[in-house]
Design a protein around this ligand. Sequence first.
Ligand code: LMR
Length: 402
Amino acid sequence: MTDLASVDRRAALDGFGALAPQAPDALLGLIALYRDDSRAEKIDLGVGVFRDDAGLTPVMRAVKAAEAILLREQESKSYLGPEGDIGYAELLADVALGRELARSPRIVGVQTPGGTGALRLGAELLRRALPGASIWIGSPTWPNHAPIFQEAGLQARAHRFYDVASAQIDLAAMLEDLEAAAEGDVLLLHGCCHNPTGASLSTEQWQSITDVCAVKGIIPFIDLAYQGLGDGLDEDAWASRALFEALPNALLAYSCDKNFGLYRERVGALWVQSACAEQSEPVRGNMLALARSIWSMPPDHGAAIVRTILERDDLRNDWMAELAEMRNRINMLRQMVAQSHPGLAFIGAQRGMFAMLPIDKNAVTSLRAEQGIYMAGNGRINIAGLSKQNMSNFVAGLAPHL
Ligand code: LMR
């Protein structure tokens, strides 16, 4: 006689039979591959974290100080609600959007678990508001962008953006592809420090994109994950602010992973601008309802750190000073790489943590296997993983492939 418990168990197991096997995330997989490599000369240019000259990803001074304050002064860890830390979102809005926009009655913002949480929450909101909308995503981009939107039920469509061989943004091709966009479609943009290319749009190119959005009724969704690591806090945010000022609707997903060095704490925010102030309350209500059903409430510790830093002048100034040191180190390394080989000269004019090497997958694999140089499969390098000590080994290993 078949016992019912085992029938139930078999049925339950079969219930997952439709799931296709998943390859582990290739970018995050590099962390373990690098860790398990015993070669002393190995170079980690994989996942995008800031590194100092010793190859470490330090906790920022202001973060340490804020944590000490929280340890001393925090009196409760009780729930805050789906909006998270309101003071955090308000203070961060000044940093991201500037004081004037941050006070606009047309803009609402909430804390999210990291920039990924902000992108996902924005995607879910768009699915509710504009069910048939497509999201246009430039190629290449961060490999997690398309899955975030697709999992939320949006149709992801690719447009051309950057030509790796010539190391140039191809704006004409991008605008040509966007001719197929419909009113109410969404355009994903990197606010600064493009991941993976490092290529920066000029003021004129940003203007052309703004014009296309205005004429076609496209909504920009800006991913701002590296503010302060390109040219400066305001410089890296001007394009996002200009899009918000010029267009009726816009979204901004923000990450504090890199500019506060809070990676694993998962600290982000989403701001949404509506065409008129009356829409703000429904937008906010839907954001909170969606947040409640996805993560209920965002994790507090990292956001409390950022709030503590931003509400105290001494900590804020020290954070900005250390951020400038990080930015200067990345830009100094860019110049060193650019001067090391004519085939790498393009890297000097780019910004942020990343650059894409004009090499193929075989070269990426052979650099890893033979030289212990780790980078993403598409040839993306994390510039911050370079140092004065490993620069010559990097260039010598790479040169035969250029
Ligand atoms: C990266 O692009 O390396 C980082 O943003 C880490 C990640 O989550 O992929």
